[in-house]
Design a protein around this ligand. Structure first.
Ligand code: FES
Length: 112
């Protein structure tokens, strides 16, 4: 059974939000009518990116940022372009959008 994350219209353009799911914590970012979904795990130390709830973007709302050591990640492909994990990437979470609702796709691995 698919796990619902949120309504599509609950997302704002270029604002990251996180949601708990059976596949782990998922960061969603809406950009140019696409929704990007990444595991909330920094490849540097394997910990969450944010210090405060839903503070995932840099001040220009262009990159996802890790608050711990300032790594910057491209929203579209999760690639780290600056910081201690330069060249590594966030892990994608497969999602599907149906009737205006965003779900973790059934193919996503689950964690207990
Ligand atoms: S834990 Fe994310 S940059 Fe160090």
């Amino acid at each position: 059974m698919s796990f619902r994350l949120c309504a599509l219209n609950a997302l704002e353009e270029n604002v990251g939000r996180s949601f708990r799911s059976p596949a782990g914590e998922v960061i969603l970012v809406l950009r140019d009518a696409n929704v990007y979904a990444w595991q909330n795990i920094c490849p540097h130390l394997g910990i969450n990116l944010e210090f405060n709830p839903d503070e995932f973007m840099d001040c220009e709302q262009h990159y996802l940022v890790c608050s711990n050591h300032g790594a910057l990640f491209q929203v579209e492909d999760g690639l780290c372009v600056s910081g201690p994990c330069h060249g590594e990437a966030l892990l994608p979470v497969p999602i599907r959008i149906e009737d205006g609702e965003i779900y973790v796709a059934d193919s996503a691995s689950t964690t207990n």
